[in-house]
Unconditional design. Structure first.
Length: 153
């Protein structure tokens, strides 16, 4: 019995230390792709005759529309969408009000992830961020309302 109690105590201490270690982080570190070095240590350069790919410019003028203000239990937010043609080219959050500091911190951490999801999907059909489900849903709903105003699916 005493041996089992020590396992429980040790597990509890390890779990508590893990929570404390993660709680102090302001934002997860971002991963940036670096060019692979060649054997000489210099970055590989494109061949002299190679053409650089440039992103295709979507047709039509840029349009900016703000979605509805969504209440999500921990606050409220509204998202502004920028589109060229039918392509979403920008997303911003002009309104973010939270009920408490922790909700503000959480929202600040997940908004860049949600933005990248929208820009990759070019729609409001995005994956929710674990631990920020309500924020993710409100974000997607506000995006969808902006796209509805623009008559984009």
């Amino acid at each position: 019995m005493k041996r089992a109690a020590w396992y429980v105590i040790a597990g509890t201490v390890a779990g508590f230390a893990g929570v404390l270690g993660l709680h102090g982080r302001a934002a997860p570190p971002s991963v940036v792709a670096q060019p692979k070095p060649t054997r000489s240590g210099a970055a590989a350069a494109p061949a002299a005759g190679a053409k650089r790919k440039s992103p295709a410019q979507p047709a039509g003028p840029a349009r900016h529309v703000t979605g509805v203000l969504e209440n999500y239990g921990y606050g409220e937010l509204s998202v502004t969408v920028t589109v060229h043609g039918n392509q979403i080219t920008g997303v911003s959050v002009p309104v973010l009000r939270t009920a408490e500091p922790y909700s503000q911190q959480l929202a600040t951490q997940v908004l860049p992830t949600l933005k990248s999801e929208v820009l990759a999907a070019h729609s409001a059909r995005i994956n929710a961020v674990s631990g920020a489900t309500y924020t993710s849903q409100a974000y997607a709903d506000s995006i969808q309302s902006a796209l509805d105003k623009l008559h984009i699916r």
